[in-house]
Structure formats: C-alpha cells, structure tokens
Design a protein around this ligand. Sequence first.
Ligand code: GAL
Length: 419
Amino acid sequence: MQLKKLVIATLVGVALLAAFGTVMADNLTGKLEIFSWWAGDEGPALQALIDLYSAEHPNVNVINATVTGGSGVNAKAVLKTRMLGGDAPDSFQVHAGQELIGTWVRADRMEDLTSLFQQEGWMNVFPSGLIKLLSTDAGIWSVPVNIHRSNVMWYIPANLEKWGVEAPKTWDDFLAIAPALKAQGITPLALAENWTVNHLWESVALAVLGPDKWQALWDGTLSFTSPEAVAVWKTFGKILEYTNNDAASLSWQQATDMVVSGKAAFNVMGDWAAGYMSTTLGLTPGTDYAWSPSPGTQGIFMMLSDSFGLPKGAPDRDNAIAWLELLGSKEGSDAFNPLKGSISARTDSDLSLYNAYSQSAAMDWQNDIVAGSLTHGVVANEGFMNDFATVMEMFLTSRDPQQAANACDAIARQNGIGG
Ligand code: GAL
C-alpha cells in the first residue's frame, strides 16, 4: 500500500516536472524580463523580490522593465502594443479578475498554470475566492503576489486634532465637516490624476450601494440607470466640490503628500499609500499617519490583487516559471508585501513581519465582506474601464448625474457587462 502511494506520488511528481520542464535553480541562465508599473517610489517591494530571485538564480540577468504611471495607466497601453507585436515579456503584472480573464485569457495569450499551482501546493494556501478570480473552466492563469485594499481613507491624527475634526464615518459626516476645513484653507479631500478619480468613485459607489448592489451592477441585475446608481453620481458630485483644483496634474503620491504636509485633510487611496508613507517617507502607521475604511464602507473590504502570468511565447519560459514560483512562495510574498503596503495572498503568511497597518488589513481581510475593485481590474474588463475613463472626464465637466448614468449603461452593454 505504502509502496503504491510512493509510486503514484513519484509518477505525479515526474508528470508535473515534465509539464514545467523544471527548473533546477542552478541550471538557469540567460535573461528574465518582467514587466510592471512599479517604478520609482513603487519599486522597493519589487526590488526585494528581484534580489531574492537573483540570489537563487545568480546566472540569470533580470531585466526589470517598468513603465511609470499609477494603476498601470501607461504600462497597460505599452503592454498591449508589445503583445500584439509578438514581443511578449517573460512575465507581466496584471490584476486578478476581469483585467486578466476578460483581456488576456479571452485573447488566448496566456499559459495555463494549473500544474504549477498543484506542484507548489497553492490550491491549499490561496483563498478559493481568489483562485476563482484567476481561473476559467479551462485553467488558472496567473500567480497572485498580494491583496491590496482599495477603500481606505488616510489622514494625519495630529492634524485632525489641530483642526478639531474626526475621520468621517459616512459621506454625510464628510460633507458636514468639509466646509469648515475649506474655510480654513485646507483641502478637505486630496485628489490626483484621472484614474484616482475613478478610484474615489468606486469607494463612493460601494458606500451608496452596499456590497450586494455593487456586485449587482457587474452581473447585470442592477441597471446603471437605476435610481440607486444615479444616486452614486449625485453624492460623488457633492464630494468633488471639496477636492483640489489641480488634481489632474498630480500623481497619487502627490495627493498623499498633500495630506502628509497638512495641505489636505483626507485622501481615499489603496493601501499602496501605506507602503509609500512607511517605506518611502519613513512614517509610522498608527502614530504618524492613520486610516479608516472609506466613509460608509465599514466592514467591507474592496479588494484587488496584483498577479503575474506566463504569456504564450515567453522568450525565457523556464526563468519565468522560476519567477512565478518565487512570487507565490511564502518567502517571496513575505519579502514583497511588508514593503508594498499590501498583505500576502497566502493564508499562512508570517504577520510578525508586517506593520500595524498591514496587520489590521489582514484582520479585516479575514472578517469583512469582500467586494471587487473596478479601477484595479477585478469586476470589469479593460474595454469597460477605458470607456469609463471617458465617462468620468465627461462628468468632471458636465457634473450631470443622469447623463453619466446613461453613458455607463451604454458602455456596459458595449463591453458585455452583465451578460
Ligand atoms: C494598482 C496596483 C498597485 C499599485 C497602484 C498604484 O493598480 O494594483 O499595486 O501599484 O496601482 O500604482
């Protein structure tokens, strides 16, 4: 019996090794090109992974190809050109969910990684809900390196005390304190370039709709022209009145800087802002800066996950597989995430390596209701997101909720949202 088990285990192992042509650390040579938007301030966590990779595979020359621009606004366009031109990088950053499935998997550009997941024991260490976001009936298509939270409001406790305000629990609370802040010359809510406007919108929508109706927008059971969905734009328009006029010319880091320097009271941003404040600015979470769920979203965790996949035709396939193995490993994940502001996608991560912010995010990830981010690829495909950016530009000029709702309804149909 024992022998039979051993034989079966060996055969399975050999089959898996054959599938992924393994990857004996010392045999790897040549290059590995990884493609992402983690440049500059966003780079340290990625660099920690690259350092680990280089230590394990000293004969591989890692090319860290980055295209600057928060949320991949520029990188995604460059990636598309490269992929269409037959110039795939060995592995690229892509969000779990529809950005992966509705774009690259649909176009049949990715390799199925199911055997790698089995070989590495990942089916048991990544939450099943997350694996679902990476999968179709035909396979599993990328390896998650983190979980980020989108719906977070950031502030500086000492400043709030000085101004005599508290972090708002609802958008009504925010709208109640905002005029007095504005009268003192403080921007109530710091905003940056256009994608951060979309980012704010999804937090407002989550607050106005709640998690079930938010999801209903994406599976087509709630119309974008329903009164609830129009109400999102109405509330959003009121909030925009209390943001900075120069938003379009700022990066997300500069909006965070406005809060840190006391020019602004609050900022709604994903928890890469925690990575920036802790890793780049050297601030201590809980004392130098603090956070709460974005108004009206207590108990809800709007998630997104950065992942890397293996494009078909990757020039350095073995090196790319070794990269994916590292990304999914406990060691890789726990080297990357404490610097990034995200938490590990694995359920067995060593939380003692993480700061107070990340530990609280890990607790919330366990206990909260989970919703998917729009701006960062979970709930809608790239076609919708690109069109949504245009709708948002229109709204910034017109401030017309009904017009924006109608336009969303149209682009949802065009992009196959909700069936
Ligand atoms: C998100 C990405 C994060 C962070 C952020 C700002 O889309 O998932 O890891 O990089 O953009 O650029």
